[in-house]
Design a protein around this ligand. Structure first.
Ligand code: F6R
Length: 606
């Protein structure tokens, strides 16, 4: 969703703001803008469309200065247009505001402000915040922001500069993240640490309802009650180079190729192969607490929800704990039954997905212990849960999740094995050894890239795709379909193979490619029969298998042969060709694979 950047120091601010916004492009946006403070006045330039349009407009303005704000907007209130782009300046030209989130009571506030004589030029909720803050501004920007925030309902991260008072940026948040980068005589601000890595690794995450003030000398923070507080400085161990494309055409392709390392980093240091033990220190789950668990609720959205579905197979199968998996956006609305011995596990790459966070809150209200699986150090989900298993995938910039997904599956396997270790039956060493072989198997499957590029060429003009899987690979069919949809805009459905005959079989004709996952032994014969049913109706069957391709003679038009690993880890190997297929179909169709239309990387509104 919207990207926020800010800088205050002695350097030329415009290039810094544009660089920060470029690093946040992956979050998804439809307009952009900057405000710079110079000689006591605000200079604001905004443009609809991509950053290049903003850069073009800036070429006509010689804006210089050493502090200001930048924003990429993902439209919520009001269409994507220059007029609705941020920063928003109040009608008395005293403050400029950038905002991520939704202010729910903006209409009531707008009417009140209009009655007081404030005028509006946009349809946005953000302009309401700008006028409201200005209406309270009497020399002290921090006080004005704190007072205005007290009246805002909804979710927001706000950054504000003003012509009144000192050289300062004032920030506050309720919901969406804000992180301050601490420099020497300079401060940085962003909605995501990825924008700060090139400048500093020392960051401070604002807590909900904090108000922060950035000056060249340092940062000051006040909590919701107005008391001065110190928030810890977190040192990020992310390598800034990791957030660059490194010679690949797209982040997505680079991240697909980073998977052998990402899965390895996720189990490294947590598995003692010699003693046959798993240690998950940051999970903060004692053996007694682990043994007492009666049920696990997995809460997540999108690709992370697919990981949760695989997690259900792993945890129930390996540790015999009942598991339910819910969409973050649905959990609250079904009045879930959650007991004090239940655990809710939130899975989120970004750690900031509003629906997942709200679902966790609902579970906590009902007495559950909260755990998380997350890729973003210090993010909101990590701060609100009692323990975490970090996926060490490194920053994921491509909007379509790839390496975070496979790392989530590793984290879930570790959780399942850990529960088996403490609850019994005993943890067999071969289950750990299977992990040791996984990075090589993922590397091997990446060797299919050219084959998949050619396959993509043959089917990139299809208007629909069907993905079939059974058992632990059913969620991989869902994930294959989701990747294709979001990257190539081709309509795709993922289905449990056995369900095909209950409806989707009606869709099959000579034009429909059907990717069927037929690996392992447990449901192999059943899936093969389902493939035959599809073939008999004229469908184009593409088999993804760990068997001899000849077994599909007369059934499949194409065979993708992947290496065999243990059943529980096979989804990690199987999803990689589906990611590559989606990628190359998307590229072939000329889609913007790193930033698909309408999508955002971090979905911070409900
Ligand atoms: C799909 C994708 C999304 C995310 C979803 C949850 O490729 O990336 O479906 O998985 O928005 O995001 P996180 O994991 O950050 O909570």
């Amino acid at each position: 969703m919207c990207g926020i950047v800010g800088y205050l120091g002695s350097k030329e601010v415009v290039p810094l703001l544009l660089d920060g916004l470029r690093r946040l492009e992956y979050r998804g946006y439809d307009s952009a803008g900057i405000t710079v403070l110079r000689n006591g006045s605000l200079e604001t330039v905004r443009a609809e469309g991509k950053l290049d349009q903003l850069v073009e407009k800036l070429a006509g303005h010689a804006i210089r200065g050493s502090y200001g704000l930048g924003h990429t907007r993902w439209a919520t209130h009001g269409a994507p247009s220059e007029q609705n782009a941020h920063p928003m300046v109040d009608s008395r030209q005293r403050v400029a505001v950038i905002h991520n989130g939704i202010i729910e009571n903006f209409l009531t506030l707008k009417e009140r402000l209009q009655a007081e004589g404030w005028s509006f030029t946009s349809e946005t909720d953000t302009e309401v915040a700008a006028n409201l803050i200005s209406s309270y501004l009497d020399g002290d920007l921090k006080e004005a922001v704190a007072r205005a925030a007290g009246e805002l309902e909804g979710m927001y991260a706000l950054a504000v500069v003003s012509t009144v008072g000192e050289r300062e940026i004032v920030v506050t948040r309720h919901g969406p993240p804000l992180v301050i980068g601490v420099g020497e005589d300079e401060q940085f601000l962003a909605s995501d640490p990825a924008a700060l890595l090139a400048h500093t690794k020392d960051v401070v995450f604002l807590e909900n309802n904090d108000v922060g003030r950035l000056t060249p000398e340092g940062i000051e923070i006040w909590d919701a009650g107005g008391a001065r507080v110190e928030r810890p400085v977190t040192r990020l161990n992310w390598d800034p180079i990791q957030a660059e494309k490194g010679g690949y055409k797209h982040f997505m392709l680079k991240e697909i190729h980073e998977q052998p390392l990402a899965v390895q980093e996720t189990f490294a240091g947590r598995v003692d192969f010699e003693r046959g033990q798993i240690t998950l220190e940051e999970l903060n789950l004692s053996e007694a607490a682990g043994r007492a668990i009666e049920k696990i609720d997995i809460l997540a959205c999108g690709t992370s929800w697919h990981a949760g579905l695989v997690g259900k197979f792993l945890i129930q199968g390996l540790a015999r704990v009942p598991v339910e998996v819910d969409y973050g956006s649905e959990f609250r609305y079904r009045d879930p039954i959650v007991g004090p011995n239940d655990v809710a596990v939130g899975i989120s790459q970004s750690g900031e997905t509003a629906d997942t966070l709200s679902a966790l809150e609902a579970a906590a209200d009902r007495g559950a212990r909260l755990l998380s699986i997350c890729n973003a150090p210090g993010s909101q989900i990590v701060r609100m849960t009692d323990g975490v298993i970090y996926t060490h995938a490194g920053p994921e910039i491509g909007v379509a999740s790839t390496k975070a997904f496979t790392s989530q599956l590793v984290a879930l396997y570790l959780l399942a094995l850990y529960l088996r270790q403490i609850r019994g039956p005993a943890l067999e060493p071969e289950r750990l050894r299977a992990l040791a072989h996984l990075p090589a198997a993922v590397d091997e499957v990446l060797g299919l890239e050219q084959e998949l590029e050619q396959l993509a060429r043959r089917y990139s003009r299809a208007s629909d795709f069907l993905f079939l899987g059974r058992g632990i690979n059913y969620p991989i069919a869902l994930e294959g379909a989701l990747k294709l949809k979001e990257i190539s805009y081709i309509h795709a459905e993922g289905y449990p193979a056995g369900e095909m005959k209950h409806g989707p079989i009606a869709l099959i004709d000579e034009e429909l490619p059907i990717v069927a996952i037929a690996t392992g032994d447990r449901v192999y014969e059943k899936v093969r029969s389902n493939m035959q049913e599809a073939k008999a109706r004229g469908g184009i069957v593409i088999a993804l298998t760990d068997r001899d391709p000849q077994e599909f003679d007369g059934i499949a038009a194409e065979v993708i042969q992947v290496p065999r690993v243990c059943e529980e880890l096979q989804p990690i190997v199987n999803v990689v060709p589906l990611q590559l297929l989606a990628y190359y179909v998307g590229v072939r169709r000329g889609a913007d694979v790193d930033q698909p239309r309408n999508l955002a990387k971090s979905v911070t509104v409900e």
